[in-house]
Ligand binder design. Structure first.
Ligand SMILES: NC(=O)C1=CN([C@@H]2O[C@H](COP(=O)(O)OP(=O)(O)OC[C@H]3O[C@@H](n4cnc5c(N)ncnc54)[C@H](OP(=O)(O)O)[C@@H]3O)[C@@H](O)[C@H]2O)C=CC1
Ligand SMILES: N[C@@H](CC(=O)OP(=O)(O)O)C(=O)O
Length: 387
């Protein structure tokens, strides 16, 4: 059986195909603004190359794993060899990458021999078991799970936000780097440029999260349920305990004793680690909505000093990896479909918080592709910093 690397059925029309001039310029901006690599990094050579790293994808058959392969191709990531790893369920299946066929191997203790970079996305328990083992063998691990994000000494990196925190880690020298939670990445892509400019004292976040965050099986169930509901059938509920299509619900991660679920607490804790401060107050409400692959978030920011709307727009429009869709006249703001399959995080509804008398409050609405910038793209950008 072959795992095909084709555009998924949920692929949206790209903003490039839409007619509004604001969208066209957003798309152009998006191409122009790749996060800049620090000047001391080597020039990246494209594609298969004898002096590139050997790269392993752990969880290659999953939603994020497949996206890793797309992003590596899109970015012409240099590699000498590739290793495709998943569970016994996928072992023996074929994966096509960069014009070559690869056979998926079952992950085991020997999998990392000669591997310089391993991109992990097979869940926290796999990362906990195999991440340190790989690092001990000289593999530099970029881990998508939450297993090591809050571990002291493990860098938690968004390349546009805190690339310096990666320190001296390099491909093939061992070590673990954590990819933040997708909701955290998407929020901080927009909030950090504002934080760096004037300081954020308090952030109130509300999320509208896509099915992709719960894996390929949840995406499949949303598609199936949508069809079933439209056909008047009882929806299949195997992944979530209740109907997902035409519905929404509080995020499915475990609820803690303080009434916050794990997703919400990840946003709070990871933001403080990435911003290196305990002096920012953060609260979040995370909601799962019947959208396929892009998260939306509302951010209410209390600022340390005044910031006009026009200055906020100026800051955000020059931020790497951020595109503005903020057309009040036409009521045109970011949608999850704008972000789907695209690299950038889209920001709009940029407005002063009218509940305050001063200019120290700002509201933003943000959309980002959960699988791309929220996971695979961010991880591949981290891997680029290791070259
Ligand atoms: N940074 C972030 O915000 C995000 C992080 N993630 C992380 O990535 C993980 C995977 O997400 P996603 O791709 O959406 O999930 P999927 O359910 O779509 O895929 C899971 C992958 O893990 C593999 N896997 C499962 N068990 C094992 C095992 N015992 N040994 C080896 N491989 C195994 C699966 O292989 P098989 O098909 O053979 O079962 C599959 O390739 C999440 O659990 C999360 O930790 C995900 C999304 C966003
Ligand atoms: N944040 C994802 C879930 C996920 O994979 O989170 P994490 O990488 O923090 O385990 C969601 O939308 O549900």
């Amino acid at each position: 059986m072959q795992l095909q690397l084709q555009p998924c059925s949920c692929q949206s029309p790209s903003p490039r195909h839409l007619t509004s001039s604001s969208l066209r310029s957003a798309a152009l901006e998006q191409r122009r603004r790749r996060p800049s690599r620090p000047a001391n990094k080597c020039v990246v050579r494209a594609g298969k190359t004898a002096d590139g790293p050997t790269v392993a994808i752990v969880g290659v058959s999953g939603a994020v794993g497949k996206e890793f392969l797309r992003v590596l191709t899109e970015r012409n990531f240099p590699y000498k060899d590739m290793k495709m790893l998943a569970s016994a369920r996928s072992a023996g299946k074929q994966v096509d990458f960069d014009g070559q066929h690869y056979t998926v191997e079952e992950l085991n203790e020997q999998s990392f021999k000669g591997v310089d970079i391993a991109l992990f996305s097979a869940g926290g328990s796999i990362s906990k078991k195999f991440g340190p083992l790989a690092a001990d063998q000289g593999t530099t691990v970029v881990d998508n799970s939450s297993a090591f994000r809050m571990t002291e000494g493990v860098p938690l990196i968004i390349p546009e936000v805190n690339p310096e925190d990666i320190g001296s880690l390099k491909a093939g020298q061992g070590g673990i780097i954590a990819n933040p939670n997708c909701s955290t990445i998407i929020a901080l892509m927009a909030a950090t440029p504002i934080h760096k400019a004037v300081g954020i004292k308090r952030m109130v976040i509300s999320t509208y999260q896509a099915a992709s965050g719960a894996g390929q099986a949840a995406m499949d169930e949303l598609e199936l349920q949508t069809r079933e509901v439209l056909e008047g059938k009882q929806p299949t509920t195997q992944i979530f305990p209740f109907q997902y299509a035409f519905n929404l619900f509080s995020h499915n991660s475990p609820m803690g004793p303080n009434g916050y679920n794990e997703e919400e607490m990840k946003m709070v804790k990871e933001t403080k680690k990435i911003w290196k401060t305990e002096d920012v107050a953060i609260t979040a409400t995370c909601i799962r909505v019947p959208i396929m692959r892009a998260h939306a978030e509302s951010l209410n920011l209390e600022l340390a000093s005044d910031l006009s709307e026009s200055k906020a727009k100026e800051i955000l429009s020059s931020a790497a990896g951020v595109s503005l869709i903020d057309d009040r006249e036409h009521n045109r703001f970011p949608t999850p479909l704008d972000a789907s399959n695209n690299d950038d995080v889209y920001v709009g509804r940029i407005r002063r918080d009218i509940s305050r008398q001063d200019e120290c409050g700002l509201d933003l609405f943000v959309c980002g592709d959960q699988i791309k910038k929220g996971a695979a793209l961010n991880a591949v950008q981290i891997a680029e910093l290791l070259l």
